[in-house]
Design a protein around this ligand. Structure first.
Ligand SMILES: [Zn+2]
Length: 381
């Protein structure tokens, strides 16, 4: 497909852009957050996401729909947009996550791509192999070869005006990630998720995450739209945007809410530890933590999920304003101070910064990167 992504403005390697999604007939402003919708359990409905949060794009799992006794027929008849009641862009995942979790799935990459097309997905995903961190090089190479075969096969399928994701794998081997990025860029596919990074984020390995994403970016063309798969906590959005990621998906807003966890841009709090809400969203203005604790489980979960979404969308607006103002790196630094592992990630980002322009084909219009933290905090560990 022709270029569907246009960068409007840079700050460091972060950028404001527009992703044209022709099948949905919409243009999505980036960086963008894609709330993950579990079709069986809509904590916050897609219609509410659209009307109350201004969501332009969301993501759901086509493999869950494909295997669902209740929803497969309705989605085949009505299509995704009507089933979910959402008029923006809908991205579908393919079952790769289930493959990583359970070791097998009962559908081929071609079958699930056809299914995604049939139900009206706007951005579909082939079944790639999400190789976890720290596996042997042999395993990473062989699984990457399978992923690359599937991307090549996906590029052969006539998908009309549906965009198709080309996930970039390669485990924790930067050279494989770079090679995978270069291969994906030449595949003719449209959007580029950096995959299998959730285990790194769960273990607070932000420096490794930065190395992996930077390597993938070196392989991809500078103007490729990049999706950081599974990056759902607002505390890391600024760092990820500064690396040049454009799309984020969040299941965390709902999963955390289920366990009474309350997100902030610096950390995650447990509802029972809070006497006051440090937030002015509609939920936090209307309730005290004690009131929320007294509500029944479903109502409490819904309100916590709404707060978690408010704080996530709010952080993205803060980031977009920072890019406009040319102060993204100050924001990244402020967020990095919330956790020692985030500071490691920030250091790794600055480590890569001076290599960006020599690694990319075009001279990127970067703003200056800082060489030290504002108060002289050492940047080398
Ligand atoms: Zn709030």
């Amino acid at each position: 497909m022709a270029d569907v992504f246009e960068v409007d403005r840079y700050d460091a390697a972060g950028r404001l852009g527009e992703l044209e999604v022709p099948r949905a007939g919409v243009t999505v402003e980036t960086p963008a957050l894609l709330p993950v919708i579990n079709p069986h359990l809509q904590t916050v409905t897609p219609a509410e996401l659209e009307s109350e949060f201004g969501a332009e794009i969301l993501i759901t799992n086509s493999y869950v729909l494909y295997g669902s006794e209740d929803l497969r027929e309705p989605v085949e008849q009505q299509g995704l947009h009507e089933l979910l009641d959402f008029s923006g862009a809908i991205v579908t995942d393919s079952g790769s996550f289930q493959l990583a979790e359970y070791g097998e799935i009962d559908v081929t990459s071609e079958e699930i791509l056809d299914f995604q097309y049939d139900i009206g997905s706007d951005i579909a995903t082939p079944v790639d192999i999400p190789t976890p961190p720290d596996v042997s090089r042999e395993q990473a190479e062989s699984e990457l070869a399978t992923t690359e075969d599937r991307l090549a096969a996906a590029a052969e399928v006539d998908t009309g005006d549906m965009l198709v994701n080309a996930p970039v794998q390669g485990s924790t081997y930067p050279d494989l990630r770079e090679q995978a990025g270069a291969h994906a860029a030449q595949s003719g596919l449209d959007v580029f998720p950096v995959g299998a990074v959730v285990p790194m984020m769960n273990e607070y390995r932000y420096a490794d995450l930065v190395d992996v994403v930077s390597a993938a970016k070196r392989g991809l063309s500078e103007s490729a739209p990049v999706h950081l798969f599974g990056a759902g906590h607002p505390m890391m959005f600024a760092l990820a945007v500064a690396l040049g990621c454009d799309l984020f998906d969040s299941a965390a807003y709902a999963i955390y809410a289920r366990d009474d966890r309350y997100m902030t841009v610096r950390t995650t709090e447990h509802l029972e530890d809070l006497a006051y809400f440090p937030c002015s969203c509609s939920v936090c203005s209307a309730h005290t933590p004690a009131e929320l604790r007294s509500l029944n489980g479903d109502e409490r979960e819904r309100l916590l999920a709404e707060h978690n979404l408010h704080v996530s969308y709010g952080e993205l607006r803060t980031i977009k304003q920072a890019i406009r103002r040319g102060s993204l790196m100050e924001l990244v630094e402020a967020r990095a101070r919330s956790h020692p592992a985030m500071l490691d990630g920030y250091r790794a980002l600055l480590d890569h910064a001076d290599r960006f322009d020599e690694c990319w084909n075009v001279q990127p219009p970067f703003g200056p990167f800082p060489t030290e933290l504002a108060d002289g905090y050492p940047l080398t560990a």
